[in-house]
Design a protein around this ligand. Structure first.
Ligand code: NDP
Length: 503
């Protein structure tokens, strides 16, 4: 059977490597459960070859002046923007996200970050520091590229994650071997082609394909200098553990169970819009989702009334339709996991189901494309009167499942918001500037918002606290994660300070 997209292989030495595999699997369109491409798993010897390709390219790429690297990467960003809709369609086929979303967010926010880091290094972002110690001695520091780095991506923002990792990596003078999630692998070889077309030399950006075992082989490899990983906490723990043994640099972008706090003076309209973005955008498959929605008891009835009205604006359906704003979940295993959580919320946690549930969405029966009935569609779901000990409140579901938690006082809500091992994001809705900053200052999370949710521009450094991660991506600080420092003390006094002088 011919599939919509060409088969995918590893990409190294500047080209697609059809001999890099002895087995394959298929990637599936989540809207219809139909296969869209054959993906060829990269063998261990081909992973070795991809890393060797990076090692060969590293000396020249790291020695290329930053401004020249910047020019090449700026060309790649322009090519990505020119191919936005084509790439967005690929992402829609792979992730199930509506085209309205992939065409306005996924490629754009990836290209923005590429442009940001190109401009940053082109404008002196890799400069070190000098310190005059005394008139005849000074210290200078330089920022040095690390070598060949591993990038491991999750399935929720495939091309964006690939760019958030490769942009600072390449801009700083490193090479990368990137492994996309096996659930969403289509973008990776297209990105490699775009980089090559822009003038990125062979071996600087390489792709390997496959599941967790391929990722494990890559990240444990002795010739990998750094691992940048996006995924679940449990996988991140394994990857960081093995990287630590090899003294590799790591960046870990992991899961969350973030608190979305509506303060007593908040505007209901804003709070509802924010809570909906924090739970239903991308069908709830966003790491920074504010899935614990804390509402003052007195505001709960008004909040819920408006929420139920606005939920009607969620429009699932044909993923290419410009009005659709809600897609399916990414895969069958993930669908099963989310449905299990919804059932657990009803039967074991005994939270009150306000909207949705585990049943197949009713609109599917009358949808003209019958194949949609096989897709991984769920209902946006809201539980209310939740308590902190419920499993649906404690664990990351990574689906469109909101938990409403009533509270009495602001001190109480801060304490409850922080009562978790995770610390990725948090946010407050309020009209009181002082309360906003006081509460934000007390929240244990690396990414916080006031009166908005989810925007993560290239300029903003983002990373989790506690079990949600190590290090940051983006912003000026994001570049530091891809270099190592060298400090040099220069003595110009004409005599070496010594304690071994003749008495
Ligand atoms: P996983 O942890 O399952 O997988 C992430 C990546 O790691 C995939 O490419 C996976 O391959 C690979 N992998 C699996 N096992 C290993 C291993 N032993 N060694 C190396 N690599 C391995 O995460 P998901 O793909 O399910 O992504 C969802 C998670 O990602 C959520 O928890 C979400 O919160 C988090 N996330 C965090 C973000 C952040 O910035 N903090 C952003 C986006 C998502 P394969 O998929 O092929 O099995």
């Amino acid at each position: 059977m011919s599939l919509p997209y060409a088969p995918r292989f590893a990409f190294y030495d500047g080209k697609s490597q059809s001999g890099s595999s002895t087995s394959s699997f298929q990637t599936i369109d989540p809207a219809t459960a139909k296969p869209v491409a054959d993906i060829h798993t990269t063998t261990h010897s081909a992973i070795d070859a991809a890393i060797a390709s990076g090692q060969k390219a590293f000396p020249a790429w790291s020695a290329t002046p930053p401004i020249e690297r910047a020019r090449i990467l700026q060309r790649a960003a322009a090519l990505l923007r020119a191919r936005n809709d084509e790439l967005a369609r690929i992402e829609t086929s792979d992730t199930g996200k509506p085209f309205t979303e992939t065409s306005t967010v996924d490629v754009v926010t990836g290209a923005d970050v590429l442009e940001y880091f190109a401009n940053l290094v082109g404008g002196g972002g890799l400069n070190g520091e000098t310190t005059q110690l005394r008139p005849d001695a000074w210290v200078y520091t330089t920022k040095n590229a690390l070598g060949v780095c591993a990038g491991i991506g999750a399935w929720n923002y495939p091309i964006q994650i690939a760019l958030w990792k490769s942009a600072p990596c390449l801009a700083a003078g490193n090479c990368m071997v990137y492994k996309p999630s096996e659930f969403t692998p289509l973008h990776a070889s297209v990105l490699a082609e775009v980089y090559a077309q822009a003038g990125v030399p062979p071996g600087v950006f390489n792709v390997i394909q496959g599941g967790g075992d391929v990722g494990a082989y890559l990240t444990k490899h002795p010739n990998i200098a750094k691992v940048s990983f996006t995924g679940q906490v449990t996988t991140g723990q394994k990857v960081a553990g093995s990287a630590a043994g090899g003294m590799k640099y790591v960046t870990m972008e992991l899961g969350g169970k973030s608190a979305c706090i509506v303060l007593p003076d908040a505007d209901i309209e804003q709070a509802v819009d924010g809570a909906m973005m924090a739970n239903f955008f991308s069908t709830g498959q966003v790491c920074t989702n504010g899935t614990r929605v804390f509402i003052p008891e007195a505001m709960k009835p008004a909040f819920e009334k408006r929420l139920l009205e606005k939920i009607q604006y969620i429009r699932p359906g044909d993923v290419s339709d410009p009005n659709t704003n809600f897609g399916p979940l990414v895969s069958k295993p993930h669908y099963d996991k989310v449905i299990q959580y919804i059932k657990h919320g009803i039967t074991t946690d005994k939270a009150k189901l306000l909207h949705g549930g585990p049943e197949t969405p009713s609109w599917l029966a009358s949808h003209p494309n019958k194949a949609y009935q096989n897709g991984y569609w769920v209902q946006p779901t809201v539980f209310t009167n939740c308590t902190d000990t419920m499993k649906i409140v404690q664990e990351e579901i990574f689906g469109p499942v909101m938990a409403i938690l009533p509270y009495k006082t602001v001190d109480e809500v801060v304490q409850r918001a922080n009562n978790t091992n995770l610390g990725l994001a948090a946010g407050v809705f309020t009209n009181d500037l002082n309360s906003a900053h006081k509460v934000i200052a007390q929240l244990e999370a690396g990414i916080t918002w006031v009166n908005t949710w989810g925007e993560s521009p290239a300029e903003m450094s983002v990373g989790g606290w506690k079990q949600s991660g190590v290090g940051v991506e983006n912003g000026r600080k994001g570049l530091e994660a891809w270099v190592r420092n060298k400090s040099t003390l220069v003595e110009m006094g004409g005599a070496v300070p010594t304690v071994f002088a003749k008495l």
